[in-house]
Design a protein around this ligand. Structure first.
Ligand SMILES: Cc1cc2c(cc1C)N(C[C@H](O)[C@H](O)[C@H](O)COP(=O)(O)O)c1[nH]c(=O)[nH]c(=O)c1N2
Length: 227
């Protein structure tokens, strides 16, 4: 693709093959908990994943993210302990499905070769960020966009990603020494995988079903189906 002097480039569609690859990455991306292989992720590949995250859109181009790679085994163990405490609390919220909940593997903190926390600096860009004036949460949404970019790029690389949110956020912030103005958005376990579920694992295991898209589309106002 050639750029013109204004920095603009043609905006036509991708080739059919390129489009198919994009939709395939979206469709076949999975949350990975238990299938990580122990072999390391090549640093150049990891760098591409971080670049994909950094290429995400962000409110006012504020780029509020940081990427904390957790390599120290002691820190990993403390995070695993924090997960277990939080998970025991979470399990009590599903008394009717206790056995099923307990059978689910919901993290790969100790097995995954890469652990990555993507944070959001709530002060990035200063007190006034273009687009954030009326919705302070847009920095968090921006960071979630970075997570999804990384997740999709990882699928294309044959690398699995699992999002772990079963933490007391104070525990997570303390263990990672986050300053007060930085919040953890996503704790990710990352590594090579040989096989992936064809549908969400929670669906395969009977925890939840994917909702029909047509039930979610309204026209003009909440609750009105398209005519
Ligand atoms: C914000 C957020 C937080 C979490 C998740 C996802 C997201 C977006 N997911 C993964 C989640 O269960 C999964 O995405 C859905 O079940 C759909 O499956 P696929 O991602 O399509 O495989 C997730 N999975 C898990 O095993 N432990 C967890 O703590 C979390 N937390």
């Amino acid at each position: 693709m050639t750029e013109d002097t204004d920095g603009l480039a043609p905006a036509g569609p991708f080739t059919p093959e390129e489009r198919a690859a994009v939709y395939r990455a979206i469709r076949q991306r999975r949350d990975v908990r238990g299938q990580f292989r122990p072999d390391p992720v090549d640093p150049a590949t990891l760098r591409r994943l971080l670049q994909a995250a950094h290429d995400a859109p962000s409110v006012g181009l504020s780029q509020p993210w940081n990427f904390i790679l957790i390599r120290d085994p002691g820190t990993r163990q403390r995070l695993h302990d924090a997960f277990q405490t939080a998970n025991a609390q979470a399990a009590t919220r599903f008394p009717d499905r206790k056995a099923l909940y307990s059978s689910l593997k919901l993290q790969g903190i100790l097995e995954a070769p890469v652990n990555l926390c993507i944070t959001c600096d709530r002060t990035r860009g200063g007190p006034h960020v273009l687009g954030r004036t009326h919705d302070a949460a847009t920095d968090l949404y921006s960071t979630a966009c970075a997570v999804q970019n990384l997740w999709l790029a990882a699928r294309a690389e044959g690398i699995g990603v699992g999002w772990v949110s079963i933490f007391d956020l104070d525990d997570l912030s303390r263990i990672l020494a986050l300053p007060d103005h930085v919040v953890p958005v996503a704790y990710l376990c990352i590594g090579h995988v040989t096989e992936l579920y064809q549908q969400p694992e929670l669906q395969a295991r009977g925890w939840a079903d994917r909702l029909p898209l047509d039930d979610l589309i309204f026209q003009d106002a909440w609750g009105t189906p398209p005519s």
